[in-house]
Design a binder for this molecule. Structure first.
Ligand SMILES: NC(=O)c1ccc[n+]([C@@H]2O[C@H](COP(=O)([O-])OP(=O)(O)OC[C@H]3O[C@@H](n4cnc5c(N)ncnc54)[C@H](OP(=O)(O)O)[C@@H]3O)[C@@H](O)[C@H]2O)c1
Length: 491
């Protein structure tokens, strides 16, 4: 790539004031697709390496976005890959030069999007770095590899751009929302810029996969917030919470279906929908009766403290690199010990019956005050911890609220918790299994016993006041203006 044009970017960014901090955001949208060739100057081949949830979605979206431009999207797989057939079924073939052996594709591509499992990136990066053409661009959708390089004292390859675009949602949502025209938000990062084009390349990648907006971060910040977030409210915590609340509802005498509606259906249905459309403030307004507000307040106040403690422990594990080591070790054990199923308790049988009966139900399931209180307390404790650790607001809001309600929970609502967790990355699937039970135990052993006490929690007034006046309400309103309304239809 010879042209350098850093002063006149193809995709301009804007500074957004989020709670007094200026953050860099680029607005995307399908109307920008015709500008892609302008930003992808010198890029003839985009190699999408891997065919997991992200590889499949990003390859399909980029191919559709670049149709007619002459820029080729080629999928790279290991020779023995079980994904070869599926890639062909999606129209990527060796005959058309759009499917090939991964190392050959890496050596030929101008832009290499490395979307194999994170642990495989860690294993294979020396060979991958060696094969990159001088002046090429390496794209990552996660900071995992950077975290590993930091841990072992290794460096990124010289003479290439290194960029990140990390969709804030599972691969299935990246494809589905692209087809629906709304798209999934993404973060973007520029780690190495050898010729002044790296930001435009990153934004072209974000626009090409359909992101309605992309916010600037670094891959190190992205690594921490993402690995932390998926173990917490995005996957692990939400699973643990509903398991504990279901058991509690059964202990209180609810029938199986009623217990499921209170613990899970009310969360994945009306609570998630309200959060998506009106933010956390909307949930507070939706609790209209004094009983609902009191029930919510007690659950919220009982949960916030224990959740904050567990979340801090989790963040420390991620920040120290121990969680990444545990992922690599777990991946190494997979051939002998495949991942255990996550949807095994009786509540999910009840859930299947509740879903079948959904259309014939006389009235919609309401928001359950206790479930809302527990769930939002974990969510807000996560937000507060990420703020304290210095993450940008756009990253915090996406990793704690937007990704949960606009990308992930709709899958749990439609087909259960396994459908949500097991459509995510290997790193996320391992982490949700490891940390979900810790959140379940936290709710069962600390929160619910406290709720059975005399009904007052020390400091409850202050915790609730902090929620009502929280800056996240304004942040969510501002970010909502940047994207079209999302109503992800998952059947
Ligand atoms: N999934 C998400 O929701 C999500 C969201 C944002 C970012 N990300 C990031 O996107 C990247 C890809 O994640 P993913 O979820 O799509 O993939 P994944 O499920 O974690 O990994 C699946 C892909 O990795 C390949 N792979 C595994 N071991 C390999 C090896 N030793 N050699 C070559 N290929 C190997 C698999 O190849 P075969 O097909 O041959 O088995 C498959 O194509 C990761 O960095 C992830 O953190 C994921």
């Amino acid at each position: 790539m010879t042209d350098t044009n850093p002063s006149a970017p193809v995709f301009p960014t804007t500074e957004l004031d989020l709670d007094g901090r200026l953050e860099t955001v680029a607005v995307g949208g399908h109307h920008l697709l015709p500008k892609l060739p302008e930003a992808l100057v010198g890029v003839d081949v985009i190699g999408v390496i891997g065919w997991g949830p992200q590889g499949r979605a990003q390859a399909c979206n980029l191919r559709d976005s670049l149709r007619g431009t002459g820029i080729r999207v080629t999928v790279g797989l290991r020779p023995e890959s079980p994904s070869w057939r599926d890639a062909e079924a999606h129209g990527f073939t060796e005959a058309t030069g759009t499917l090939g052996e991964m190392f050959e594709v890496i050596a030929q591509a101008d832009l290499v999007l490395l979307l194999i499992a994170d642990a495989a990136q860690v294993e294979l990066y020396p060979k991958i770095f060696e094969l990159l053409q001088p002046g090429a661009t390496l794209g990552l959708s996660h900071g995992f590899l950077i975290g590993h390089l930091d841990a072992v004292g290794d460096a990124l390859p010289a003479g290439v751009n290194v960029i990140g675009v990390c969709p804030k949602g599972m691969g299935a949502s990246v494809r589905r929302l692209y087809e629906q025209g709304s798209g999934i938000n993404a973060s973007f990062a520029v780690e190495q810029d050898i010729d002044g084009w790296a930001t435009d390349l990153a934004l072209a990648w974000a626009v090409g996969i359909g992101a309605p907006y992309a916010f600037r971060t670094t891959l190190r910040s992205e690594l921490r917030s993402d690995v932390f977030g998926e173990r917490a409210i995005l996957l692990g915590a939400v699973h643990g919470i509903v398991e504990a609340l279901y058991r509690q509802a059964r202990d209180e005498g609810d029938e199986e279906e009623v217990a499921f509606e209170r613990a899970c259906e009310s969360l994945t249905g009306p609570l998630a929908r309200t959060l998506s459309r009106q933010g956390i403030a909307g949930v507070l307004s939706a609790l209209t009766t004094p009983e609902a507000r009191a029930g919510f307040g007690r659950a919220y106040a009982a949960t916030y403290g224990p959740a904050a403690a567990l979340l801090e422990e989790l963040y420390d594990e991620v920040d120290s690199g121990r969680e990444l080591q545990s992922v690599s070790a777990a991946v190494a054990r997979l051939a002998r010990h495949p991942l255990a199923p996550v949807e095994t308790t009786p509540m999910w049988e009840a859930g299947r019956r509740v879903r079948v009966a959904r259309d014939s139900r006389p009235a919609a399931v309401p928001i359950d005050a206790r479930t809302a209180g527990v769930f939002l307390a974990v969510m807000v404790a996560q937000i507060d911890l990420l703020r304290a650790k210095g993450h940008p607001w756009s990253e915090i809001a996406n990793e704690s609220v937007i990704e949960a309600v606009d990308s992930l929970i709709p899958y749990m609502h439609s087909r259960g918790v396994a459908h949500m967790i097991d459509n995510c990355s290997t790193t996320a699937r391992i982490g949700a299994r490891r940390w979900g039970p810790a959140f379940e135990a936290m709710v069962a052993r600390e929160v619910l016993p406290a709720l059975h006490g005399d009904g007052t929690q020390a400091g409850a007034g202050a915790v609730l006041h902090a929620l009502e006046t929280h800056p996240v309400h304004a942040v969510l309103r501002t970010l909502a203006e940047l994207r079209p309304p999302i109503d992800i239809a998952v059947s």
